[in-house]
Design a protein around this ligand. Structure first.
Ligand code: FES
Length: 111
């Protein structure tokens, strides 16, 4: 694979940068995250973590199952503020958030 291939789209980190981090001694996703910012973007590593773990596995020769899992912070999925505030009546699935239609469009309620 081309070394310029972007692995973390959020932070625009490519394979070359990740391999440089591994040559400097990083051995886990969290190590790479601290050194490169890979995984610190809006998706919070949901897109890039598995790809990085595969690169670590290829680089070290260790199976992916031997690589320490990344520390994940809450919330682990897209969550509405209302749910965090205690409104448990809201639909909170990721699909419902993305499929939401804005019924107040044009009302000026969004700023
Ligand atoms: S793709 Fe890496 S943080 Fe989003």
């Amino acid at each position: 694979m081309d070394k310029s291939t972007i692995i973390c789209r959020c932070e625009e980190i490519n394979i070359d940068e990740l391999e440089t981090a591994m040559r400097l001694g990083t051995e886990t996703f969290d190590d790479i995250k601290r050194m490169t910012r890979c995984g610190m973007g809006p998706c919070q590593s949901k897109i890039c973590m598995n790809l990085v773990n595969k690169l670590i596995s290829d680089f070290t020769g260790n199976p992916i199952s031997d690589i320490l899992p990344a520390r994940m912070r809450m919330p682990l999925r897209i969550t509405r503020i209302g749910t965090l505030a205690g409104d448990l009546t809201e639909e909170t699935s990721v699909i419902s958030v993305f499929n939401e239609t804005d019924t107040e469009e044009g009302s000026g309620s969004h700023g």
